[in-house]
Design a protein around this ligand. Structure first.
Ligand code: AMP
Ligand code: MG
Length: 349
């Protein structure tokens, strides 16, 4: 398949929107930027069209897709009810990086919902994504625009690397602002459950809704040491090893000094080190990738997937990582890093 590439900056938003509309209405695939990561979109209301996403990504068919909409009025036909809690969350966080799970209506095909009776919906705030979705007027199923298992894509160059020849169109909208996927909350249970940590934190959700619980399977302790399916996460996608660079990654936790000592003792010419600006001088330049500053966790979120992809370019055979922050957006960051490590985590006493 030939893949056309258009740029928001060079070709203009109008041309980009028109090209996406044409592709989606013809049942094709187009990747476009959102504020979280790049998305790989298709018409979400025709199963034969959204099915092409699974094939292009190599995604397991039991891993449901998120439907993206440009306006709140598009939500109603997709779901059987809109609970009051959803109205509150949409008022607070839409458009933005929050995905909400509803009971799905009959018009949503099971291919899109991965066979589930529920459907995930999000309204992105990225100006290009929003304009594309409004122009198309149909809900667009769009998981992250990466090959299944690989780090999500936060730059057009990542998408081009993973999906050229597999999709009809790639929209270059520059680097995405946030860099980790949306927070997912399930409102189909009696008590709202956070299924995936993201830029919007558990505390922010609780400020709006009161009681919100966390799917126990996504907690740090549940991922550490387990490679797969031990706790059965409620978001099917959370059970797979994810975000993974080609080389195995191990995270080291403990005092700054112990971690540095351990990593330096394991370092050889084929090893990469994932570190932060504050610690990077301890490691040789050709081996290290700094993911940002501990003082600005948002910079770490922004750079994380690009940093993981850099190790592939460096062709290292092992990656040694420092433990990153563990608060607020740090939860989302550590969740991704632990998944990339397949749970390989060493505590140094
Ligand atoms: P991605 O768009 O690649 O970030 O993946 C979407 C994530 O949302 C995956 O982890 C899915 O398992 C999860 N998801 C989508 N729809 C549902 C649903 N109806 N119930 C639970 N999780 C869902
Ligand atoms: Mg994904």
């Amino acid at each position: 398949m030939e893949t056309r590439i258009l740029s928001v900056e060079k070709d203009g938003l109008e041309a980009v929107c028109a090209a996406c509309r044409e592709v989606f209405l013809a049942g094709g695939l187009a990747a476009f930027p959102t504020e979280t990561v790049y998305g790989l979109g298709a018409d979400g209301l025709h199963g034969e069209n959204s099915a092409k996403i699974y094939a292009a990504k190599g995604r397991p068919s039991d891993n449901p897709l998120i439907l993206h909409i440009g306006e709140r009025a598009q939500l109603k036909p997709l779901v059987t009810e809109i609970p009051e809690s959803a109205e509150k969350l949409m008022d607070a966080f839409w458009p933005g990086p929050l995905t909400i799970i509803f009971k799905k209506s009959a018009i949503v095909p099971e291919t899109t919902s991965g066979g589930l009776p529920t459907i995930a919906v999000r309204m992105p705030s990225h100006p290009a994504a929003n304009a594309i979705l409004k122009t198309c007027g149909i809900p667009i199923a769009a998981p992250s625009a990466n090959l299944s298992g690989r780090p999500s894509t936060t730059r057009a160059s990542h998408v081009i690397e993973d999906l050229t020849g597999r999709v009809d169109l790639i929209i270059d909208g520059g680097d995405v602002p946030i860099g980790v996927e949306s927070t997912i909350i399930d409102l189909t249970q009696e008590i709202p459950v956070m299924l995936r940590p993201g830029y919007i934190t558990l505390e922010q959700l609780r400020e709006v809704l009161g009681e919100v619980v966390e799917d126990p399977a996504i907690r740090r302790e549940s991922i550490i040491g387990h490679t797969n399916e031990v706790l059965h996460p409620k978001a099917p996608g959370m059970k797979y090893r994810h975000y993974a660079p080609k080389a195995p990654l191990t995270i080291f936790s403990g005092s700054e000094e112990k971690v540095r000592e351990k990593i330096l003792s394991l370092l050889d010419e084929n090893t990469g080190v994932l570190t932060v600006d504050e610690h990077k001088d301890a490691y040789p330049e050709e081996h290290r990738v700094s993911v940002g500053s501990l003082k600005e966790p948002e910079s770490i979120a922004h750079n994380l997937f690009d940093a993981l992809r850099r190790f592939d370019e460096m062709q290292v055979t092992a990656i040694l990582s420092e433990d990153l922050t563990d608060a607020d957006i740090g939860d989302a960051i550590m969740n991704r890093l632990l998944k990339a490590a397949g749970g390989s985590f060493v505590t140094l006493e």
